[in-house]
Design a protein. Sequence first.
Length: 150
Amino acid sequence: MEITVIDPSGFTGWVAAASRTGEVYMTSVESMVTNVLNAIGQSLMTRLNILDHGSEYQIQIGTDIVAPANFKRYETTFRLLRGHFAQGGFVHLQHCKVGRNQRLLHMFAEAFGVPVVAATGKHNSLFRFNLGEYVRCSPQGTMESGIDRP
């Protein structure tokens, strides 16, 4: 089961939401995790797409700003999604430039217990691609760069 979770506030979020069907909405880290768990029920996720604003320093999840410096504040909540991924499942952070922050990607991968994919450039939420290079980080911290767009 593939889940896409979007912060629909602002123009970018509105465009992302308007161009998809079956998406889940979020206003914070807590609402993201709660709404994803409600959406999947007893199913396992093959892919979790998270769409909001980002940079090489941090990402936005609703009104929450998540960065290496404050990751511990949200880690317990992110860990609630562990065990809800199918074999081979992964998280795709669809935020601008977050793929440049290997430390943050590793923190997410470790918390979720599955690989995290992101890209290094600006993300186009309408056409669903990033202008940068795609990277993947395993929960163990292994980084792969130049991977194919997921």
